[in-house]
Design a protein around this ligand. Structure first.
Ligand code: PMP
Length: 286
């Protein structure tokens, strides 16, 4: 495997960052993950637009121009022969003597790009089975709309899920409403077949897959309502599912041990997943 690190392509196992990279010491950085399906980078424009926003919110510079980053992403994908899988990119504020405040002398932000192959058949199999979810109290900062590499609450939430034999954890506000998963956005299907997902205000990450699924739903004639929903409403919903670049549309079959409907993936999630690729492959690539 080949990775890109600050201007060069290196063997994955030799690809290293400096010990004083601010991402390493302070989680002072942002990232993106794009899905690659049948050679297409899905929603590349959406992901790079969100990267631009994350960088601006943190007063960080682009490490290279946007066109150059697109080239590097395609090159890493090409060198790793990824036809189906994902590409990861990370931008940190750069290398500087450790200090919480920004470096006083300008440093170039640091860029890492990796890609890996994933088996679409294995993903389809997972989707046929669906996933189980637990809930955890929301304990993250208020700016989770910025896609930072500071993911410790998400790490602990996901591990709590694994410890409980589940695959994802949903963060829940004190008022009992679902925010989002550790690395996914959360959705339910109501009795009348409409979709519900939380508004993408500052409380959740504005998922790129979430936005595309809204378009897919529109194409399928499904109604989408952006509002908060409670854990109880999700448990008694007709269906529940999550979205993300890596899981696309993944049915949720139980929440905190309570089966959703009959405990099997539903038809709405399945049709969204099937329709997703046809639409996403037509999305602007840059
Ligand atoms: N919420 C969180 C916390 C995430 O980490 C992710 C994955 N990046 C998502 C939602 C889904 O976003 P996207 O559809 O852009 O992958």
């Amino acid at each position: 495997r080949i990775a890109y690190v600050n201007g060069r392509y290196a063997n994955h196992s030799d690809a290293m960052v400096h010990v004083e990279d601010r991402g390493y010491q302070l989680a002072d950085g942002v990232y993106e993950v794009c899905e690659i399906s049948r050679g297409f980078i899905i929603d590349m424009k959406g992901h790079l637009d969100r990267l631009d926003r994350s960088l601006r919110e943190l007063r960080m510079d682009w490490p290279v121009e946007r066109g150059a980053l697109e080239f590097i992403m395609r090159e890493v994908i090409r060198r790793n022969h990824v036809h189906n899988g994902m590409v990861y990119l990370q931008v940190t504020r750069g290398v500087a003597p450790r200090d919480h405040a920004f470096p006083t002398t300008p440093v170039r932000s640091a860029l890492v790009v990796t890609a890996k192959r994933m088996d679409p058949k294995a993903a389809a199999k997972k989707a046929e089975k669906g996933m189980t979810v637990i809930t955890v109290p929301e304990n993250r900062w208020e700016r989770v709309d910025i896609k930072t590499i500071g993911l410790l609450p998400n790490v602990l939430a996901r591990q709590a899920a694994v410890d409980a034999g589940a695959q994802e954890a949903w963060f829940v506000d004190p008022d009992g409403t679902v925010k989002e998963g550790a690395s996914t956005n959360a959705w339910i299907v109501t009795a009348d077949g409409g979709l519900v997902t939380r508004p993408a205000d500052f409380g959740i990450l504005r998922g790129i897959t979430r936005a595309t699924v809204m378009k897919v739903a529109d194409d399928l004639g499904l109604k989408v309502e952006e509002r908060a929903f409670s854990v109880e409403e999700a448990q008694s919903a007709r269906e529940a599912f999550v979205t993300s670049a890596t899981s696309v549309v993944m049915p949720v079959v139980s929440i905190d041990g309570k089966p959703v409907a009959n405990g099997h993936p539903g038809t709405v999630a399945r049709s969204l997943r099937e329709a997703f690729f046809a639409i996403a492959e037509k999305s602007p690539s840059c």
